[in-house]
Design a protein around this ligand. Sequence first.
Ligand code: FAD
Length: 463
Amino acid sequence: MLNNWLLAMAQNAEAVRKAQEELDYVVGSDRLPTWEDENNLLRLGGYFRWNLGILATNDTNIIHPVQSESCSHHGIRPFVPMSIPFVLIVGAGPSGLLLALLLGKRGIPVRLLEAADSLDDRPRAAHYSPPAVYELRRAGIIEDMEAEGSFLPNGACWRKLNGEFLAAVSSPGAKDANQTPLTCLPLNKLNVVLQRQIDQLPHVEILHSHKVTALSQDDTKAWVTVETPNGLQTLEAQYIVGCDGANSKIRRSLFGAREFPGFTWDKQIVATNVYILSFEKYGFDWDSNFIIHPEHWYMAARISNDGLWRVSYGEVAGLSFDELKARQPAKFKAFLPGSPDPGDYRVANFSPYKVHQRLAKKMRVGRFLLAADAAHLCNPFGGLGLSGGIVDVGGLYDCLAGIYTGQADDSILDIYCKDPETALEESEFLKTCKKAETDDAVAASQRKGLEALQYDFTRHYRK
Ligand SMILES: Cc1cc2nc3c(=O)[nH]c(=O)nc-3n(C[C@H](O)[C@H](O)[C@H](O)COP(=O)(O)OP(=O)(O)OC[C@H]3O[C@@H](n4cnc5c(N)ncnc54)[C@H](O)[C@@H]3O)c2cc1C
C-alpha cells in the first residue's frame, strides 16, 4: 500500500503540491499534524482513501475502475468521501457555484445539485458592484476573471434619445487603490471561472442533471428528493441552501408555489448582446449609458474589450418571443445611434425577461436557507440582482463556515435571516424615523431628503 502511495505521489507533482498546500493551510509550518487535524485535512484524507481503493478517482489523475459518471468531469476530478456533505446546494448558477467555491476552499464538504446538464449561457448579469467584488476577491477569482477579459468600467451616464449627454457618475476604476471598483464580466464567463476553480477542490462534488423535486428536515439533518439519470434519490446534509433561481423549488416548497411577496412590472425587457460599432462612432464614451425616453428607454453597456455591447430595452408586456424577435430590428433602428440596419451589427444573444421586485418571506426555515434570486428579485437595470446575491453568499459562507469550525452556533443563521420583529432595532432608516417623531431637527432633515422627489416647475415661469 505504501509503495502504491509513493508511486502515485511520485507520478504527480501537482498532487503533492496541493497536499502540501493543504498541510500548510491547516497545520502551519511550526508543528507536525496530529489526529486532531484529520477532519480538516480532507484532500489528504481523500488521497489516502483512494489509495485504499475505496474511492473512485482523485487528484493524482489515476482513475479507479468504479469512477462515478454523474460527477463533474471538467479537468482534474478530485474526490473525497461524500456520503453526507455538510452543505448541499441546490442550483449551479453563479450564486450556488460561488458558495460551493468559498466553502470548498475552506475544506468544508459540499455537494451541488444542478437540474441542467450544463452551465447557463443566457445574457444576464455582467456588472458586479463593489460589495460583490469584495466577495469575489475573497473567493480568490479576480485574477481568473481578468484572464477571461473582465475590466473596470469608467462609469455610467444618462442621455437623451438623440444621444445628448445629461449627467454621469464615474467609477473609481483602478485609479483609487482604497476603493473596491465596479467590475464587468459577462455571467457565462464568470460561471466558467467558478466552475474551473471548483474542479480543483476535493471537497466539492457537482452533480448535473439532478433536479430537486421535494424536501424535508428533522432536528439533525435536511434532505431532498432528486430526479437523477438513475432514478429518484434522497440526498441529505446538515444544511441545504436553495440557490435555484427565480422559480426556486426550495422557496416554493417552504412557503407555497405562489408565495413570493412583491410585484411584477407591467413592462418587459429584452436583453441582447450585440457586436456593433455605432456607440464608439457616435461618441458614447461612457461604458454604461442609460437612455431616458418614454417609449425607447434602454441601457447600452460595453461588456467586453472586443466590441461586444449589452443592449437591454423596454418592450410592451405580453408579446411572444417570436413577436419580440421580429420587432428587434425596427427597435434598434428607432433608438440606437446612427439608426443601424441589421447588416450593421450582429446579435450574439437575445433574451426577453419579465421584471420583478420580490422578496421571500424568510431566508431561513430550520436547516433550509435561501440565497440570491431564490430569495429576492429586482429590476436588472441597476445591476444589483446578482450583486445582492453575491453578498448573501458571502454572509452565508461566514455563517456556515463558523458553524462547521465550531466558532459559531446555529443561531448565527437567524441573523442571516433578519426577523421583521427586530427590524426597528436593526434598521438605521427605521431608527431615524423613530427619532424624527420627537426630534424636530431630525424630522426637518428627513423631509428635505424626501423633498428631492419634488420639482418646482414655477422656476420656469416667465420673469
Ligand atoms: C438582462 C439581465 C441583466 C442583468 N444584469 C445584472 C448585472 O449587471 N449585475 C447583477 O448583479 N445582476 C444582474 N442581473 C441579475 C442576475 O443575472 C441574477 O441575479 C443571477 O443570474 C441569479 O443567479 P442565481 O445563481 O441566483 O440563479 P440562476 O442563475 O437562475 O441559477 C439557478 C440555477 O438553479 C438551477 N435549478 C433551478 N431549479 C432547480 C432544481 N429544482 N433542482 C436543481 N437545480 C435547479 C437552474 O438550472 C440554474 O442553473 C441581470 C439579470 C438580467 C435578466
